[in-house]
Design a protein around this ligand. Structure first.
Ligand code: SF4
Length: 374
């Protein structure tokens, strides 16, 4: 039984697939190159994962609101196993949205075999420029990426393409060319992230970050282009056409309830005082004992978590929703802090508080500044 579940609010499900073909040079997510894992790793992983899903089904007894299979590279499991996971999680009814992340090389003509099971695909394109792909140490080539884009554009799925920008050696024109090239296949959703340099990755020893000021230039230029192409900037790094937002991500950003299974996956359940859980970080640890930690959060910690995620969205914080959840008046709690934020960085109406694009550029500072009252 999952501690802290609030049965009056929906629950979503995240599945972490811990395998990749090979590690990309910038990646700090937990995943293992499949070739270096024991031969039966996928089947042992699936056994444990499906047991966890069935145990939660028995506890929850209702459909999950959304399901997201991420990683790692879920495509490595094959479409049949992706279907098995979604079917297991749909025991009490279909979710409103079921997404799987795929790498370009795993998007094949057979993708329609997943319709009726998945509703949405997210493909990690990152760039269409061969030099940028090499700098990132990606497996996919420009050609395999274009092939994946063209299959998805003709498919029945809603879909997203990820783009990484501010890559050393890349110009703003190159970044805009990536956006234009990918948008020409008409994804409903585009994620546009700055490359981050993570400790322990090959990238950090080989390349230098382009610097915060330049990063802001890449973001400003990319955001403008995406808006011109008809995408709404609804979260710091995410853009969607009408009706194409990622429902699962919105659960995170509004600190809804989600259970996470698979190595290193996190859960957050409960409402006023959330309970945070984390699965065993490594594949071998997960296979012997999946759950690692369970941390009840105080009301102030839950509110800080909520602030941290909700301010990432263009909808921001609904003042009525805040009062219902935390039992306090938003303006009384945060009014004095808001007065210290540059005016062009936020919108503050009687019903909501949210950040503008200028605010997104100083998001970390704003969150720290506002959280000082907690
Ligand atoms: S495919 Fe994704 S998860 Fe795997 S190494 Fe590359 S970036 Fe990391």
């Amino acid at each position: 039984m999952m501690e802290g579940l609030d049965r009056s609010h929906p629950l979503s499900l995240y599945i972490h697939v811990p395998f990749c073909t090979r590690k990309c040079d910038y990646c700090a997510f937990y995943s293992e190159p499949l070739a270096s894992c024991p031969q039966d790793s996928i089947s042992r992983y699936l056994d444990i994962l499906l047991k966890e899903i069935h145990a939660l089904n028995d506890d929850w007894k209702k459909p999950y609101r959304t399901i997201f299979i991420g990683g790692g590279n879920p495509g490595i499991l094959g479409y049949g196993n992706i279907r098995r996971i979604v079917e297991a999680a749909s025991e009490h009814g279909r979710p409103e949205e079921a997404t799987a992340e795929l790498n370009p090389e795993n998007v094949t003509e057979d993708i329609e075999s997943l319709s009726g099971c998945l509703t949405r695909i997210s493909v990690g394109i990152q760039s269409l420029d061969e030099t940028t792909l090499r700098t990132l140490g990606r497996n996919a080539s420009r050609l395999s990426s274009i092939r994946a884009l063209s299959i998805l554009s003709g498919s029945s799925f809603r879909w997203n393409a990820d783009i990484i920008t501010a890559v050393p050696g890349e110009s703003i024109d190159d970044a805009l060319r990536d956006i234009d090239g990918i948008a020409s296949f008409s994804p409903g959703h585009i994620s546009y992230y700055c490359l981050s340099f993570e400790e322990g990755t090959p990238l950090i020893g080989r390349e230098k970050p382009i610097g915060e000021e330049m990063e802001r230039e890449f973001l400003r230029a990319g955001w403008k282009r995406l808006r011109e192409l008809g995408y709404k900037h609804y979260e710091v790094s995410n853009f969607a056409k009408e009706g194409e937002r990622c429902m699962h991500s919105e659960v995170y950003w509004h600190l809804g309830q989600y259970a996470g299974f698979g190595p290193g996956a996190e859960s957050s359940v409960g409402w006023r005082e959330a309970v945070s859980m984390r699965e065993n970080e490594t594949l071998s640890g997960y296979l012997s004992s999946p759950m690692l930690t369970c941390t009840p959060l105080t009301a102030a910690e839950t509110e800080e978590e909520f602030l941290l995620t909700a301010l990432r969205t263009s909808d921001g914080i609904s003042k009525e929703g805040y009062r219902e959840r935390f039992g306090r008046d938003f303006d009384s709690v945060y009014g004095s802090r808001i007065r210290g934020i540059p005016k062009e960085s936020y919108r503050n109406s009687s019903s909501s508080f949210s950040l503008t694009e200028e605010g997104f550029l100083i998001l970390d500072w704003i969150i720290l500044h506002m959280a000082m009252v907690l």
